[in-house]
Design a binder for this molecule. Structure first.
Ligand SMILES: Cc1ncc(COP(=O)(O)O)c(C=O)c1O
Length: 396
């Protein structure tokens, strides 16, 4: 047996991947499983981006680049950031990585010493706590609930700060809730971060998917925040480019230089062709981004009221991203279709086995009593999914 390091043994399997594995196995048996578990847009990558990648290959842009990314992409990221959140950065303040997840891993690797605490607002994207632990940090959860519309309570955040606290992770629009933190709450959070001399790590990967005419607000753009903020972003969600693996970090140049050094020893540069494709994504026509955003909004407008009509399901209206995170606590401890449901995992297993619907239990996001549905799928699938969920949950 080859020895496995304890830090790797400690990593739990991703709850989203686990649901996906079961659904695949059922599909292989010929069952028509509808997936509501996937966190990626169902649209094709726009043609102009595909063509830019082909051009990059034809032009032999196929060699190592600077570890932290090509200057053309860093310039494009700076321009996009200025246009969307009004903050001006220079290329020396940008590190391009192999996706936002890789960016986050390198940020934690650059920032954390053993025992350093990072506050994570729950429900949280599954990877934050595990990445923090991987770098010997300690994730500290601050819980928000659907009843609070997933807005963090400032008193709870303040109570979670200790003399080991280094940073607070904010993710708005949020995965898994679709929640967007209100501007007043962001302002209070920023004031607290300044007062307690902390770092803000703001994951803005869903910034282009905001509904009802709302504009994305970045807490990094609030007074006094830029120099203590690290912004994570990427092309995966906005441009339907999840497989291309391009994400980035913006922050003070000293931090970014050190992060680039770490990255240079681990992966060196992100894929050269995907970097050129990302330049086209950011600088080319933007109509596909708006088309996808509108489609997500239409689906949400059908899905959420339909879910709320099912007895026992309580649902807040997501203001962004492509997820809805219903409260299903009324079902826990109950018997449905002859099955005793004691956890969100039982609930999702029941939907998978009974209705052939795959979804993700809230427990993986630090929120037992909820489950996540992704509406990055067709309207037809959503309509059929609702029908099946209703039928499965009303079984005696
Ligand atoms: C909140 C959040 N951050 C980061 C990521 C990672 O994105 P990428 O595909 O760029 O690694 C995801 C992907 O699901 C996400 O939901």
């Amino acid at each position: 047996m080859i020895k496995i390091a304890q830090r790797v043994v400690n990593i739990p399997p991703s709850p989203t991947m686990e649901g996906d594995r079961k659904a695949r196995a059922m599909r292989a048996e010929g069952k028509d499983v509808l997936s509501f578990a996937i966190g990626e847009p169902d649209f094709p990558t726009p043609d102009n981006i595909i063509h830019a990648a082909k051009r990059a290959m034809d032009e032999q842009k196929t060699k190592y680049t600077t570890a932290s990314g090509i200057d053309e992409l860093k310039q494009a990221i700076c321009q996009t950031t200025e246009a969307t959140i009004g903050l001006s950065y220079e290329p020396s303040q940008v590190c391009v990585s192999g996706g936002a997840k890789h960016a986050l891993a390198n940020v934690f690797g650059t920032m954390l010493d053993p025992g350093d605490e990072v506050i994570v607002i729950a429900p949280y994207w599954v990877s934050y706590p595990d990445l923090i632990r991987l770098y010997d940090g300690v994730p500290v959860e601050v819980v928000t609930t659907g009843a609070e519309n997933f807005q963090p309570c400032m008193q709870k955040v303040a109570d979670a700060i200790t003399d080991r606290t280094v940073a607070i992770v904010v993710n708005s629009p949020n995965n898994p809730t679709g929640g967007v933190i209100d501007d007043e709450v962001l302002a209070d959070l920023a004031a607290l971060i300044v007062e307690r001399d902390l770092v803000l790590l703001t994951d803005e990967i869903y910034k282009d998917i905001v509904f009802d005419g709302r504009r994305h607000s970045s807490p990094a753009a609030l007074p006094g925040m830029k120099d203590r903020s690290i912004i994570i972003d990427g092309v995966s969600k906005s441009y339907s480019m999840t497989g291309w693996r391009i994400g980035w970090t913006l922050g003070p140049s000293d931090f970014i230089r050190n992060m680039g050094n770490l990255q240079s020893q681990m992966t060196a540069n992100p894929n050269s062709i995907a970097q050129w494709a990302a330049v086209e994504a950011l600088t080319g026509p933007q109509d596909a981004v708006e088309k996808m955003r509108k489609a997500f909004q239409q689906r949400r407008d059908y899905l959420v009221p339909a879910l709320c009509e099912i007895e026992g399901i309580k649902c807040t209206m997501p203001a962004g991203a492509f997820y809805v995170f219903p409260d299903i606590s009324a079902y826990l401890g109950q018997t449905v279709g002859k099955r005793q449901l004691n956890s969100s995992k039982d609930f999702c297993d029941y939907l998978l086995e009974e209705a052939w619907i795959s979804s993700v239990p809230g427990s993986g996001f630090g929120a037992e009593g909820y489950f996540r549905i992704s509406f990055a799928c067709s309207m037809e699938q959503i309509e059929e999914g609702i029908r099946r969920i209703r039928e499965a949950l009303t079984k005696a």
